[in-house]
Design a protein around this ligand. Structure first.
Ligand SMILES: [Fe+2]
Length: 195
């Protein structure tokens, strides 16, 4: 056995995101994300009703806790749904260590990876099973389910990257992914302010 942890390999269920060796599962419902959606009134109605699960993150047991050079990975499943016209999405974040990039691989469903630099310039990258996207340094990233089935992806990032959710909670993304005439479109977010 190499190293101190017995877990070297894992098996991903590509359609559900589940891991054979799981350390932690994060679950985010509409009530956790109310302030991130454009239509907060619609989000509150959903949160006070069924309060559906928007996404889950499956993390493996950590192999090298506290080692900055370590690589971490996770699978995420975003369920299909909308708040008003806005698709279910993750919180999104910059990395605390902004120079750290990340790699995403789609495994099921249809999604968009919303990328935004520090000046608010944004790009929405379509993702499906097999799509690999390199998230550049100093780029906030949020994933969105634009299909009618679960959107599942795998991500790998350096341990030292860290997650800065606070700047997104405070300032949002400069653009949103909305459904218009049955299709996903990227529209500018009038509430966004450059930090
Ligand atoms: Fe990240």
């Amino acid at each position: 056995m190499l190293g101190s942890s017995p877990v070297l390999a894992n098996v991903i269920d590509f359609s559900s995101g589940a891991l054979s060796e799981v350390g932690e599962v994060l679950l985010r419902r509409v009530s956790d994300l109310v302030l991130l959606f454009g239509d907060k009134a619609a989000a509150e109605v959903l949160a006070e009703g069924d309060n559906p699960v928007v996404y889950q993150v499956f993390l493996p047991p950590e192999r090298e806790p506290g080692r900055p050079e370590a690589l971490l990975y996770a699978t995420t499943v975003i369920y299909p749904g909308k708040v008003g016209d806005e698709y279910f999405m993750t919180k999104g974040h910059f990395h605390v260590e902004g120079e750290c990039p990340e790699v995403y691989l789609g495994t099921a469903g249809r999604g968009m990876l919303l990328l935004m630099d520090r000046h608010g310039r944004a790009e929405a990258v379509p993702m499906q099973a097999g799509t690999v996207v390199y998230v550049p340094p100093e780029t906030a990233h949020r994933t969105v389910n634009v299909g009618d089935a679960p959107f599942v992806f795998f991500a790998v990032w350096p341990e030292k990257a860290g997650h800065d959710y606070q700047s997104i909670a405070a300032h949002g993304f400069s653009h949103r992914i909305l459904e218009e005439h049955g299709r996903p479109v990227m529209v500018s977010n009038p509430d966004w302010r450059q930090p």
